[in-house]
Design a protein around this ligand. Structure first.
Ligand code: ADP
Length: 164
């Protein structure tokens, strides 16, 4: 009998998807058979820059050669979407102690709601610690070049961005 597929959900805003996110997914591919990158659509987060469709398209560009990675949007509770996708794991990245405190609370609450889902954390590579989507957005708003921080397969000139 073939063992069940190990499937993880990587949820986030990904506004935009950075090389920090990409590195977490690539490393997690060694641990999981399939990864669903799940772009949250419900929180109308202040400071949203790229539309949901653009974020989905960008992430698809980044993993166009990796059939084990899929990209979807979701609304509602992350644990509900995890179950719906048949994923047993929630993947998150940790950069700093602040990330840890934030992630700890979310993971413990998720565990209380869905005992069968395990949260798994990967520590960021040191060179990716300072990279976050908020800073990348700020650079974009001021017309700066963010190509260093974005996966090379993503051509940002294809996507207009709300704040530009
Ligand atoms: P959210 O809005 O849920 O915080 P983000 O898009 O900011 O979503 O991030 C999604 C996940 O990726 C989070 O677990 C976050 O900690 C992680 N992450 C973001 N940037 C990096 C990075 N540079 N290195 C490692 N993990 C990161």
């Amino acid at each position: 009998m073939t063992p069940p597929k190990r499937k993880a959900l990587f949820p986030g805003s990904f506004d935009p998807f950075t090389i920090g996110h990409e590195a977490i997914v690539k490393r997690a591919l060694k641990m999981f058979d399939e990864i669903v990158i799940a772009v949250g659509a419900n929180e109308s987060k202040r400071g949203g820059f790229f539309s949901l469709n653009d974020r989905l398209a960008m992430i698809s560009d980044a993993f166009s050669d990796e059939p084990r990675v899929t990209v979807e949007s979701y609304q509602g509770l992350t644990v509900d979407f995890c179950k719906k996708s048949g994923a047993g794991f929630l993947l998150r990245g940790l950069r700093t102690a602040a990330d840890f405190e934030y992630e700890r609370a979310i993971a413990q609450v998720n565990k209380a709601m869905a005992q069968d889902i395990e949260s798994v954390f990967l520590l960021t590579a040191p060179q990716h610690t300072p990279i976050n989507s908020t800073i990348v957005k700020d650079i974009l708003r001021h017309g700066g070049d963010v190509s260093k921080f974005i996966p090379s397969r993503i051509d940002l000139s294809k996507y207009s961005g709300i704040g530009r």
